[in-house]
Design a protein around this ligand. Structure first.
Ligand SMILES: *Cc1c(COP(=O)(O)O)cnc(C)c1O
Length: 421
C-alpha cells in the first residue's frame, strides 16, 4: 500500500479523533491543527525503517525514500492542480513566504522595484516586506475595508510599470475572510507583476487551482491541514521560475536548486498524506463545519446583546468565527473563558504580548472591541457537543465580564500585560 493511501473510501466520519488529553475544548485551528492520526501512521515507517536519504542514488534505501518523495510531491501538486515540478518543499508557510518575497526581490535586476501587499497579512509576509523596504525597495501596504476583503480596485490603483510583486493572502488567519485572489491575480498578470498568495489557511479547506487563481507563487503549511509542524511548500509557477526566483538556502541543490537541504522524507510523506485526505474530505468537512459555526453563532446571538462579527460572514472559511462584544472587559473575558475553551484573541504569534490584533485594528475595529474579541476556529475533530458546550461557556464568561456601565460610558480597559499564566 502506498503511504497514507486509505484502503477504503474516505469520509469525514472515518477520521478518528486523536485521543485528547483532558483540557479545554480546542477551537484554535487557525493557529494549528492536530496531526491526523492517519497521517501520523503514514509517516511513522519513514522515521524508523525507511530512513534513507532521498538523494542517495546508489542503493535501495535512497530509492525507497525517493519514491516516497515523488508520491508526496504528486499529492501536493494534485491538491493545487499544479505540476509536480512546480512544488518546492519548505519548512512551512513562514519560509515559503520569505522565499517568495525575498527570492523574487533578489533575482530581480530591475533598478526600481515596487512591492505591494496589504495591512492584514501574516507577519511572515509583513516582516520580509519591511526588510525589502530597508533595502531600498518601494513598498505599498494597502488598507483594507471594514469587511476585511482586499479590493481589486485598490490594487489596480497602486500598480506601476515597475511593480515587481504583489502579495495578497487567500484567507486571513484571524477573520477567516476570503479574498478574490483570482481577480487580483488576473490584474497582476495584465500589468506584468508577479502575484503571490499566502494560502496557509485555505489549502486543504477548499478547492484550489493555481491556474484558475492566476497565482505565480503560493504558500502552504502542513500544520494547518492536519500534517505536522515543520513542513510546507511553495508553488512556483512558470512565470516565477527561470531566473525570477533566487533561493535563500544554498547547499546540495535539492528542490531544483530552489531550497537546499536534505528532504525530511517522513514530513513530506505526512504532508502528501494530509493532502490526500483533504482532497477526499474537504467538501463534506466544509459543510459540517459551516453547520456547526452557524449553530454556534445563532446560539450566541440569541443569548447575548452587543455581539459583532468581525469581517464579512459570507466570504469566510467555514470553520472561522471572529466576534467581539460591546461593553465587555476583554481581559476578564479571556480569563473566564481560557480554561474551558482554547481560543485566540488576535494572532497567536502576538498573544504573549496580548496587544489588540493588527488585523482587527486595520479593519477599523475599535481598540475596546478588538480587546473583547474571540477568534474561534473549528476543525476536523470538533463535535456538536463541543460547540454547544462552548456556547454555554461563552455566554457565562461574557455575562461575568460585562462592564457595569452601559453603552457610551465604558470603563477604561485595564493594562493587558501579564494576563496569561
Ligand atoms: C500559520 C500561518 C503562517 C505561518 O505558517 P508556519 O508553517 O507556521 O510557518 C503563515 N501565514 C498564515 C496565513 C498562517 O495562517
Amino acid at each position: 500500500m502506498e503511504p497514507g493511501r486509505a484502503s477504503t473510501q474516505l469520509s469525514a466520519t472515518d477520521a478518528r479523533a486523536p485521543a485528547r488529553v483532558r483540557g479545554p475544548i480546542y477551537l484554535d485551528h487557525h493557529a494549528t491543527t492536530p496531526c491526523d492520526p492517519r497521517v501520523a501512521e503514514a509517516m511513522l515507517p519513514y522515521l524508523v525503517e525507511r530512513f534513507g536519504n532521498s538523494g542517495s542514488r546508489l542503493h535501495a534505501y535512497g530509492w525507497e525514500a525517493e519514491g516516497a518523495v515523488d508520491i508526496a510531491r504528486a499529492r501536493v501538486a494534485e491538491l493545487l492542480c499544479a505540476e509536480r515540478d512546480e512544488v518546492v518543499f519548505t519548512s512551512g508557510a513562514t519560509e515559503s513566504n520569505n522565499l517568495a518575497l525575498l527570492g523574487v526581490f533578489q533575482a530581480s535586476r530591475q533598478a526600481r522595484r515596487h512591492v505591494v501587499t496589504t495591512a492584514i497579512e501574516h507577519k511572515s509576509v509583513l516582516e520580509p516586506v519591511r526588510w525589502l523596504e530597508r533595502q531600498g525597495c518601494e513598498v505599498t501596504v494597502l488598507r483594507v475595508p471594514r469587511d476585511g476583503r482586499v479590493r481589486e480596485e485598490h490594487v489596480r490603483a497602486v500598480l506601476r510599470p515597475h511593480t515587481l510583486l504583489v502579495s495578497v493572502m487567500h484567507a486571513n488567519n484571524e477573520t477567516g475572510v476570503l479574498n478574490d485572489v483570482a481577480a487580483i491575480g488576473r490584474l497582476c498578470r495584465e500589468q506584468g507583476a508577479l502575484f503571490h498568495t499566502d494560502a496557509a489557511q485555505t489549502c486543504g479547506k477548499m478547492p484550489l487551482d493555481v491556474r484558475a487563481l492566476h497565482v505565480d507563487l503560493l504558500s502552504l503549511s502542513g500544520h494547518k491541514l492536519y500534517a505536522p509542524k515543520g513542513i510546507g511548500a511553495l508553488y512556483v509557477g512558470p512565470r516565477a521560475s527561470r531566473g525570477r526566483l533566487a533561493p535563500l538556502l544554498l547547499g546540495g541543490g535539492q528542490e531544483g536548486g530552489m531550497r537546499a537541504g536534505t528532504l525530511p522524507v517522513h514530513q513530506l510523506v505526512a504532508l502528501g498524506s494530509a493532502c490526500e485526505f483533504a482532497m477526499a474530505e474537504m467538501q463534506e468537512e466544509g459543510v459540517r463545519l459551516l453547520r456547526l459555526r452557524t449553530r454556534l453563532l445563532d446560539t450566541l446571538r440569541e443569548r447575548l446583546q452587543g455581539l459583532h462579527v468581525n469581517g464579512d460572514l459570507d466570504h469566510r472559511l467555514s470553520g472561522n468565527l471572529n466576534i467581539s462584544f460591546e461593553d465587555v472587559d476583554g481581559e476578564l473575558l479571556i480569563e473566564r473563558l481560557q480554561h474551558h475553551v482554547a481560543f485566540s484573541t488576535g494572532s497567536a504569534c502576538m498573544s504573549t504580548s496580548l496587544r489588540p490584533s493588527h488585523v482587527l485594528l486595520a479593519l477599523g475595529v475599535s481598540e475596546d472591541l478588538a480587546n473583547a474579541s474571540l477568534r474561534l476556529g473549528l476543525g476536523r475533530f470538533t463535535t456538536q457537543e463541543e460547540v454547544d458546550a462552548t456556547a454555554e461557556h461563552i455566554v457565562r464568561a461574557v455575562e461575568e465580564a460585562r462592564l457595569p456601565s452601559t453603552r457610551g460610558n465604558a470603563a477604561p480597559t485595564r493594562a493587558r500585560e501579564g494576563v496569561r499564566p
